[in-house]
Design a protein around this ligand. Structure first.
Ligand code: ZN
Length: 292
């Protein structure tokens, strides 16, 4: 999420677990086990029922984030297992700390190697990151003037690496509140209604992936993406044009297809229509050269 301070990015992230299905019994046991290892279960709490939400500060160490120590213990990414990891002010995190997120984002686990042994912890989390649109934060905000220069903005954005951005499915702009009010948007959907939409899209996905290890559209293999995200001629041309225009990677290409599949599922549409595809392309904001 890219937006100025006070635009509600943190609030949106915190609400994410409220629109997700409750932990199923297996997930609950996995996550509870991690909390129990580090003594974080509240007294009298046998099993965690709600998805965890973790929001470590940007000064966190590598070990604190991904796990470590002389007797390797789980870090924040494992405490966020089956839940949400929120990194506010993403460019302020140590770049090397962010790089180590890449492997867990791909595999859903993290392996901590020591001279004599290595330990693997589960770390299958939804990453949500927030950043300001420029160093002062007010670029494009009607409330305040921004005097950040293009090189300053470029330096700020370059603190987060392309490969990490590539691994994030959806990039959205969160405008400042007065701007949203002025644009007179439609009345919001409640968390309960959104949760219903999520659940119905999940039901379609569990039927689609019955008998395979994949559970969600986001986890589709390249082969499954080809099988379940077929496009008609119009869609194919649209995607091809966006790829060229935005200079998207092959990874981004598949992410767009998987996101479009989810948008279509939310509308209970078997086919991915051009409008679903367009919406998914619009969620690749950071791939565009908007920052210089
Ligand atoms: Zn600025």
């Amino acid at each position: 999420m890219i937006g100025p301070p006070g635009s509600g990015k943190t609030m949106l992230a915190k609400r994410m677990p409220t629109i997700l299905p409750d932990l199923n019994p297996g997930e609950s046991i996995e996550t509870t086990r991690i909390y129990s290892t580090v003594g974080r279960l509240k007294p009298g709490q046998p099993l965690l029922a709600t998805r965890p939400f973790r929001a470590p500060h940007h000064t966190i160490s590598n070990a604190g984030l991904v796990g470590g120590g002389s007797v390797p213990g789980p870090g924040e990414i494992s405490l966020a297992h089956n839940g949400v990891l929120f990194l506010d002010e993403l460019p302020e995190f140590n770049r090397q700390t962010l790089e180590v997120l890449r492997q867990p984002l791909e595999d859903g686990t993290v392996t901590i190697s020591r001279a004599l042994s290595s330990t693997t912890f589960p770390a299958n989390f939804m990453l949500i990151a927030a950043l300001n649109p420029c160093p002062c934060g007010y670029r494009g905000d009607p409330r305040r003037n921004c005097h950040c220069t293009p090189p300053q903005i470029e330096r700020y954005m370059s603190k987060i690496s392309g490969p990490l951005i590539d691994r994030i499915d959806i990039h959205i702009e969160v405008p400042s509140v007065p701007f949203r009010d002025l644009s007179g948007g439609k009345p919001g959907t409640s968390s309960a209604e959104m949760r219903e939409q999520v659940m119905s899209a999940r039901r379609i996905q569990s039927t689609r992936f019955a008998g395979s290890r994949t559970r969600h559209n986001a986890d589709m293999t390249h082969r499954q993406t080809r099988q379940f995200c077929r496009l008609d001629d119009e869609g194919r041309n649209l995607l091809k044009a966006s790829m060229t225009e935005l200079g998207l990677s092959a990874r981004a290409h598949d992410k767009i297809l998987r996101t479009a599949r989810t948008i279509a599922d939310q509308e209970a549409s078997d086919a991915i229509e051009p409008m679903h595809l367009n919406e998914a392309v619009n969620y690749r904001m950071l791939d565009r050269d908007l920052w210089t």
